[in-house]
Design a protein around this ligand. Structure first.
Ligand code: NAP
Length: 313
């Protein structure tokens, strides 16, 4: 299994399992099945509302804890200095773990404490309400306390990562962002490589199971792309496997979600697929700046956040 080595020598498996939208009824079986297949990296988040079920599945794992890589994410209502550690401790309790490998700021967006999804403006806080340095210092304390081995960010732009880097005693190990052939983010790839920040590709298959309300009417279906289909045919692979192999070939971490045993195996097997230069060149031409997860629900009406602020600043 391909890994990336972090500054302290820890190694993150480049391939892992996504768990957003994996329902409470399905996720424990899916994680157990994944562990049986050989998955050793599970991507979680408090907001996915399924960490207790994942914890139950993890408790059946017979291998060593150090052979697993567990990531989770701090939700938008817990960015203040006093809220960070309790949020991480709740995740640890649910996952039945003593520590995480990686804990990420899920979004650069603040809600008031206890707000899961804001129903009105009064439940949001503007960007300046909690400086990122405050959240970051609290996360660094969690590293020092042994609650997580690494910390990082998610959905951060280059300027926002730069802001963290400028004041970090412990540098962000990871930025987890949307990456696939329709949103290749070459500038972010180059910047992150230069700064030693790894990237995790989320929604690598186009996140087709998002709720209807999160989908655009004209949204493309990445898995149906004809170039991806042709490359798949050439290698006797599936389109999903080509998308995973493409992410691995770009030296990103990739975390496709599945709760289906056949697709869990299929996705795992994609680690063996080697795309050639011609495949990579053809896929490079598919770029169209398309975000499946654009965060527009955070930016509607009189929200203090705009899509321009979220993705351009
Ligand atoms: N940090 C963030 O803000 C953020 C945002 C989005 C996602 N994520 C993380 O990234 C993970 C992956 O992203 P995602 O869940 O949005 O979308 P995704 O992995 O791109 O796509 C998941 C969808 O693809 C299907 N699928 C899985 N394997 C397949 C295959 N080989 N062929 C065809 N279809 C396949 C799944 O169905 P079945 O389950 O039925 O197989 C599901 O409908 C998430 O689960 C989450 O852990 C993070």
């Amino acid at each position: 299994m391909k890994t990336h080595t972090l500054a302290n020598g820890d190694r993150i498996p480049a391939f892992g399992l996504g768990t957003w939208k994996s329902s409470k009824g399905q996720v424990a079986v899916a994680v157990q099945e994944a562990l049986k297949i050989g998955y050793r990296h599970i991507d979680c988040a408090a907001i996915y509302n399924n960490e207790a079920e994942i914890g139950q599945a993890l408790s059946t794992f017979n291998g060593k804890r150090s052979d697993l890589w567990l990531t989770s994410k701090l939700w938008n209502d817990s960015h203040s200095a006093e809220a960070v550690r309790p949020a991480l401790e709740k995740t640890l309790l649910d996952l039945r773990q003593d520590y995480l490998d990686l804990y990420l700021i899920h979004w650069p967006i603040h809600f008031k404490k206890g707000v899961v999804f804001p129903r009105n403006l009064g439940e949001m806080l503007p960007p300046e309400a909690i400086p990122v340095g405050e959240t970051w210092q609290a996360l660094e304390e969690c590293v020092r306390a042994g609650l997580t081995r690494h910390i990082g960010v998610s959905n951060f732009t280059i300027p926002k990562v730069q802001q963290v880097l400028a004041q970090a005693a412990i540098a962000p190990a990871m930025n987890q962002i949307e990456l696939h052939p329709y949103l290749q983010q070459e500038d972010m790839l180059a910047f992150s490589r230069q700064k030693g920040v790894l990237l995790t590709a989320y929604a690598p298959l186009g996140s087709g199971d998002r709720p209807k309300g999160m989908k655009k009417a004209d949204e493309p279906v990445l898995l149906n792309n004809t170039v991806i289909a042709e490359v798949a045919k050439k290698h006797q692979a599936s389109p999903g496997q080509v998308l995973i192999a493409w992410a691995l070939a770009r030296d990103t971490v990739v975390i496709p979600k599945s709760v289906n045993p056949k697709r869990l195996q299929e996705n795992f097997d994609a680690q063996q697929l080697q795309l050639d230069q011609d495949d990579m060149a053809r896929i490079a031409r598919l770029e169209r700046g398309w975000r499946f997860v654009d965060g527009d629900s955070f930016c509607t009406g009189d929200s203090p956040y705009t899509l321009q602020w979220l993705w351009q600043q």
